[in-house]
Design a protein around this ligand. Sequence first.
Ligand code: GLN
Length: 198
Amino acid sequence: TVTIGVLAVQGDVREHVAALTDLGAHVITVRRPHEVEAIDALVIPGGESTVMDKLVRAFDLQEPLRKRLADGMPAYGSCAGMIMLADRIADARADQETLGGIDMTVRRNAFGRQVDSFETELDYAGFDGSVHAVFIRAPWVEEVGEGVEVLARVRHGAAAGRIVAVRQGNLMATSFHPEVGEDRRIHAEFVRIVEQSR
Ligand code: GLN
């Protein structure tokens, strides 16, 4: 079995631990630099990316995580986790940094105040049937580099066509929260990526 770390400085850590445990993965939480050495892959939960970034730096996790990501460690980020994996943030606050890894620009809180949270059905590359997606003050992906595969876009409404799931090599990110609810296909897809990378 693979050991998957869930970054546990802030956010909905418990939901990701439960989803991955359901799938038979060995899961540990990651709060300290030495724990970064013990994992085969990383999941970054939803939460608040500005706070997550500050804590990652305060706990001396930024450098070891960036190093593992640069060495090809698989990672999956949902919502704030997507922002942490983005190489660029549109209109970033001057002091906000990311871990990076995916050649994309994300826009935080992109869906606007009127629709802070919403749920919708998405087509998702490689899946039969749609994915029920929960968005909570979510980012969207504003632009992607050539090496980035788009896995899902919003179907309807003002944001139709916006990119909300991507993959680049062993890195995966979704604007929405598959850890909420019972559908485990996205986590299962990530576990497959982790197993294939070993
Ligand atoms: N708006 C949050 C941020 O910018 C993300 C929200 C979430 O993870 N549910 O980090």
